[in-house]
Design a protein around this ligand. Sequence first.
Ligand SMILES: [Zn+2]
Length: 183
Amino acid sequence: MTGGARGRIRAFFEQNVGKIVTTREIAEVAQIHDYQRRIRELRNEEGMKIRSYRDRSDLKPNEYILESLTRDPSIGRRVSPQLRMEILERNGFTCQLCGRTGGDPDPTDPASKVRLVIDHLTPISHGGGNERDNLRVLCSACNQARSNIEPPSESAANLLARIRRAPRRVQAEVYEALRRTFD
Ligand SMILES: [Zn+2]
């Protein structure tokens, strides 16, 4: 995780998840003048769900809120072209699982060729970011195989959605088990 002002602001938001924080508190934590830019980076590069009065009418212009600890995958997954090239060069333009390079035949479909993609070792949905040691080169075939076995993220929202889809009998069992745990 990036340190410095950005790291301090990230930690502050995460400690206050679901609570409204003010620009004054953020400025104090950040200890820099240009904290607004760091907030933009946390939203646009790390996919943190930080909302302002521009997103929510219940917030005042000096208020922000981190809505949840899960990252927005579509935003956080974005790796800049420069960073992509850096990781490709570091990994020798080679898939780190099978050793294929771009243009090699696809093992699942020999008629087509693999592409090289940048993979997150810890997925964004599990709190991973675009740090260099969390990135590696995979071929499209290995990447596809990996995403098929990746379990869904264990956020409360996702778990609840799965429980709601379960049969009534299973829901009752979950309810009973949780009630026993928290009684
Ligand atoms: Zn591969």
